[in-house]
Write a protein that binds this ligand. Structure first.
Ligand code: R5P
Length: 262
């Protein structure tokens, strides 16, 4: 791997622990103003000291995030779809590599919809992005999107999607946690991070998800709603960090969460 690519990845995956906490605030690219993310800069600002990286769109980066931030950026470069549009999988590259470099980002992110109506378009899009990114030492994070079909999130489907992302050249993949997640990890030659998905019933559920994903081989989390939709987002991000970087148990993370909440 080239020096530039390695160096960028070292900003995202902490070389000391081999793990990563990323804050996902890119949801607006197809969902518009999501609950609690109406003002992304205000919600993300206090959480940023606790993450290795933030994942977002160029619009939110330019308009809502202070350029003096030391926190690396994973830039979402796919889009062109919306929650009310024809089909969520109709997504393609919407940001150039030149723009990603101008914004000094540490990785670019692109969604693939394996089994979706526009599967081919997204897989070719990922490949084209890798071809371009490779020239500049820019890591590519593939996101295994499931659209509205949350039921697709089983180990068989996710190992298929993650493996295809790796085969097409992505350096990292973001996917969902599922039963038998270890199998998804086993068949992926690249590091995996997990999304949190829609807000779970309790914070404890989200801590458990992060813990189990890490135990089964994920290198970290790229979490959004289960952090910033919590009434105690600051306590939540620190509890997640405790799991990811300190190998804390769910009980230890919950204890930290409760003490910070107070
Ligand atoms: C999808 O909208 C984005 O790729 C999110 O970054 C991803 O789903 C992670 O956020 P959450 O933990 O809220 O699912």
């Amino acid at each position: 791997m080239d020096w530039g690519m390695k160096n960028r990845i070292s900003k995202l995956i902490n070389p000391k622990t081999g793990h990563a906490v990323w804050l996902a605030i890119d949801h607006g690219y197809f969902l518009g103003p999501v609950k609690r993310l109406e003002k992304p800069g205000e919600i993300a600002g206090p959480l940023l000291p606790y993450v290795e990286a933030m994942m977002l769109t160029r619009g939110v980066l330019r308009n809502c995030i202070d350029a003096n931030t030391p926190v690396p950026v994973i830039l979402r470069v796919s889009g062109g779809n919306s929650i009310v549009g024809e089909d969520l999988s109709k997504e393609t590259i919407v940001v150039s590599m030149e723009e990603a470099i101008r914004l000094n980002v540490s990785a670019v992110a692109f969604s693939i919809y394996v089994g979706g109506r526009y599967e081919h378009q997204t897989l070719v899009g990922l490949s084209n992005l890798v071809n371009e990114a490779q020239r500049y030492g820019m890591p590519v994070l593939a996101v295994t999107a499931v659209g509205k079909e949350l039921g697709k999130r089983d180990a068989r489907y996710l190992s298929l999607a993650c493996r295809i992302a790796a085969e097409l050249g992505a350096q990292m993949v973001k996917t969902y946690y599922c039963q038998d997640f270890g199998k998804v990890v086993e068949y992926s030659p690249i590091p995996l991070v997990v999304a949190g998905g829609p807000k779970l019933k309790t914070e404890l559920d989200a801590l458990k998800l992060a813990h189990d994903a890490l135990q089964e081989g994920a290198v970290g989390v790229d979490m959004g709603r289960n952090i910033w939709q919590s009434d105690n987002s600051l306590a939540m991000i620190q509890a997640i960090r405790h799991i990811v970087h300190d190998n804390a148990s769910v009980a230890e993370a919950e204890e930290l969460f409760n003490s910070l909440k107070r």
